[in-house]
Design a protein around this ligand. Sequence first.
Ligand code: GCW
Length: 703
Amino acid sequence: MNSLRCIVIVSALILTSVLSLPAETGAKGWLRYAPVPDGMAARYHGLPDVVISVGNSEVLNSASSELVRGMESMLGKRLRTKQNVAAEDAFVLGSLKDVSGTFEGLNPSRSLDADGFWLRTIERGGKKYWLIIGGGERGTLYGTFAFLSRIAQQQDVNELNDVKSPSAPIRWASQWDNLDGSIERGYAGRSIFFDNGVVRSDLTRAGEYARLLASVGINACAINNVNADPRILSLDFLPQLVRVADAFRPWGVKLALSVDLSSPVAVGGLKTFDPLDRDVAAWWKKKVDEIYQRIPDFAGFVVKADSEGRSGPSQYGRTAADAANVIARALKPHGGVLMYRAFVYNHHLDWRDMKADRAKAAYDYFHPLDGQFEDNVVLQIKYGPIDFQVREPASPLFGAMQHTNEAIELQVTQEYTGQQRHLCFLAPMWKEILDFDMHVNGATPVKEIVEGKTWHRPLGGFNAVVNVGLDENWLAHPLAMANLYAYGRLAWNPDLDTKEISDEWTRLTFGNDPQVVSTISAMLLSSWHIYENYTGPLGLGTLTDILGSHYEPNPDSAEHNGWGQWIRADSQGVGMDRTVATGTGYIGQYSPKVQKEYKTLAACPDELLLFMHHVPYTYVLHSGKTVIQHIYDSHYDGAAEAAGLVSQWELLLGKIDEQRYQKVLQKLQYQAGEAIVWRDTIANWFFKKSGIPDEKDRIARKQ
Ligand code: GCW
């Protein structure tokens, strides 16, 4: 056979297989419920044709209709819904209390959290039942999603006895949506909630979003920007918010809001918003009561105060505890929660002051307040002490608030990590932070602190800024949805392995073909390091334009201004000296054991070296390279690896639908080009600063 014929035949084969896969927009996310291939369907033949819901609630109805939808879509099986258990095989959905009334002798081996679930097969009277039991109605819904996910991943579901419970009660998503419909740091179109100053009339997408969130166990969503427009609390807004809560409710997702502390003045007409003023307290109480009257399952508020120009208690000489508590007391009788953000810092720092350090701000401010917060206040702490950079150490504040509820704040929206134009799967980074041991009197990993386990706190958990938009596939880059999925999975169980999560997500999103799963999962798992390589290595931060877009390379923008994201690069060396001995003293905010890991050059890990220390460019890393050569090499490696992502993806031609294949391909090709821009900008910048040539002679010497 001549080679031309060969090419024609191969192309035709590829084309046929491509054409046989229906186009997909990504709108379904990981809830595609793709038909199980014929060869696999046999293992599901024994599943029942009937679903029975024991009990009656909106959430239970969602669980049952989700099961019907999933079974039909994946197995072509049309379930009949029935009210009572009869003598036929059936799925039985309901809470433990309700289902054990029907089936005697049920007792899960582990206790069942309200949001937890139990998947259990039992035989009674010659019939077989697949029980999907929740601690409460949300648990039943989560169990249903988990069951369907197993089929979508082609797992055996014929014998089940499996109890799962979430790690922590707070598993929230946040949106930074503005009332005009724009989204702060959103990269996937306009708001699904707001337009033109009001809540959208069509909230279909809001309901679909809640379904996606629920499928990974997220139980509340704060829908508006933390730079909050006070109008959100105005009286005429409340009926609009009721509609959003209604759209969320079938999925067990509670509505939350971000509020501005000056609201008592801005919308209440008071003369003050001093948190210790009686009228202010009365105003918050009345406002909160109004909300609960219309939205009884309202989750609570998120507050950003005294930060980046927002109003705050400092205006009255009051503390964050004063501010948080006045609102928390209003929420408490209703079971509401107040998330107070620890992202409080002065953005007019003096860059000439070698002791000034933004990284120290949150600890300095909040540590003295430990123990002063109401027990329905949760301190929401960004994972690192600066601001969602590509790499930061875990915030020392996590280890410093033993008498305060804590939550970790993460970003699904990729503000500093490529803005969904670059592939950057963040679960490995989150995992490093969650696993990081703060060593406060024994083993105290961040995950156990925020779960509330370490210091036996009543509340705690997770909140991530997601910022989905009207883009059909939610986050603009089809692979970026892996971050939302991973966030939910880790909030549910921070002990999960990142590969397990990326494999799961890939199977659900692109199918079970082993080559597809291994290729995409490997791409995801390598992508954070790749991005770090061509942006900001050794703990320098992302090296992006911090004054503007936070997207393109611009190391100059970090220096000589009050924002405090300094890298302190001069002709001799680079990095922030944060030691106690000679630097800002930041390292002293950690426990003695962690201080030991960071305080000496010998002990400090390479990847955080320049976050913790200022060293000459010629300093030799543990890797054996000099700092400057590492900067050059990592940028060249990163750009080459970004190009490698394109080649890996190209191997999947014909194995996934053409629409998503092309979309991802374009994004990856663009990313590979951008990585070169990053490489050259950063490498040239450091060459200019240091005057030290690249050993491999890749950087033009005449600049
Ligand atoms: O990272 C910064 C963002 C701001 C954001 C702020 C915050 C909502 O650039 O856009 O404001 O963090 O987290 O409050």
